[in-house]
Design a binder for this molecule. Structure first.
Ligand SMILES: *Cc1c(COP(=O)(O)O)cnc(C)c1O
Length: 374
């Protein structure tokens, strides 16, 4: 079965990991620092805090933003559940804003209609690797004193109006899961434009430990002393994983180029196929295509999904609207709330897309899809 996404691991990646296993630091060592600096560099020059997953990065981001009970977080339903659940678990109320009909990205006009003085964060998702409209979102967020967050699990290496992903919102979260644009096996990172917020995220992911003497509330304990001011978790990424990440980062440009080539090949072959809509791209973005989401019209998505799988093409569906998950339905969120997201979900089918996919394999996906639709 051709998967819809998978990692690309080189001999250099393997050597980099093995070298760490032979060394002194398996975790919390210099390779973590080096990886965080390298992630920060591609993400607009801001501080990056590495962590164990994209889910952890979102939890850290919301915690560092001070999200808690009584706060509202506005986000898109067209995402993986963690974009919302990372704020729910801190006690916030999630307010779902509908997406644009064509891009499936959060619609700034929908956000505008939903912001209140309780809005703490406006969280967008760069669905499929295509950045959302951050200038419009930031203007709405600024009006009520909210922060913006970019769930960039799909979009590291992309840009919007000449600015790199990582510089588009107050907070940016990355995932380095194997299907994403680069991998550390499990892993993620949070980038913050404000150093104080980055420091809070760092402490949250480091059990809440404060190690800066000048901030100690107990000043006389001794040289071993560290203390906790706010509760945290252990979300630290290892040097082993960061070595893989550092090596993968050197290949990010090549990954992006290959993803762009495959997307162009799909676009050229599928643009005029009846019963299908191909993804759109705005003029002011440079995406890193993480997914290739086609829309299967005439109510045939499930049939096409099953027939593609039967023929060895591992298509996927991204995503069920978040508020359809029972955990949100149980809170009273109603179907029908975000019609564009629901219409998109009803038709969406992700075709295989990853750097090691060959042209011959892409052509096999195209031929199979055309045949199944025919
Ligand atoms: C993958 C993903 C996450 C979660 O990342 P993990 O590393 O799997 O925890 C969050 N948001 C989006 C949009 C994702 O695709």
């Amino acid at each position: 079965m051709l998967p819809y996404g998978r990692q690309s691991i080189s001999e250099e990646d393997i050597e980099a990991v093995v070298a760490i296993l032979r060394g002194d630091w398996l975790t919390t060592g210099p390779t973590v620092t080096a990886f965080e600096e390298a992630v920060g560099k591609v993400a607009g020059g801001h501080r990056a805090v590495s962590c164990t997953s994209g889910t952890a990065a979102l939890h850290m981001g919301y915690a560092a933003a001070g999200v808690g009970a009584g706060d509202e977080v506005i986000t898109t339903p067209m995402t993986f559940v963690a974009t919302a659940s990372g704020a729910s678990i801190l006690g916030a109320k999630i307010v779902f804003a509908d997406v644009e009909e064509d891009t499936a990205l959060i619609d700034p006009a929908a956000v505008e209609a939903l912001v209140t003085e309780r809005t703490k964060v406006v969280a967008a998702v760069d669905y499929a690797g295509h950045p959302a409209d951050y200038d419009a979102l930031q203007a709405v967020a600024d009006r009520v004193g909210a922060l913006t967050l970019d769930d960039a699990a799909h979009s590291i290496g992309g840009s919007y109006r000449g600015r790199p992903v990582g510089d588009l919102a107050d907070l940016t979260s990355f995932s380095f899961f194997p299907t994403k644009n680069l991998t550390t096996a499990e892993g993620g990172a949070l980038v913050a434009r404000d150093d104080a917020i980055a420091q809070r995220a760092h402490e949250f992911h480091f059990i809440g430990l404060v190690r800066d003497q000048s901030r100690f509330r107990m000043t006389d304990e001794g040289p071993w002393h560290q203390e906790v001011h706010d509760l945290g978790l252990n979300y630290r990424l290892t040097d082993v994983a960061c070595a893989l990440g550092l090596s993968q980062l050197t290949r990010l440009d090549a990954f992006k180029t290959r993803r762009t080539e495959i997307t162009a090949r799909y676009n050229a072959a599928l643009a005029d196929v009846p019963g299908l809509r191909i993804p759109v791209q705005r003029d002011d973005v440079d995406p890193v295509w993480h997914l290739y989401p086609v829309r299967v019209l005439e109510g045939r998505r499930r049939e096409v999904f099953e027939k593609m799988r039967e023929r060895g093409i591992g298509v996927q569906v991204n995503y069920i609207p978040v508020y359809w998950h029972p955990v949100y339905a149980d809170l009273g969120y109603q179907r029908g709330m975000c019609p564009n997201a629901e219409a998109f979900y009803a038709e969406e089918l992700s075709l295989p897309l990853y750097p090691d996919l060959t042209d011959a394999e892409v052509d096999r996906v195209i031929e199979t899809l055309v045949d199944v639709l025919g």
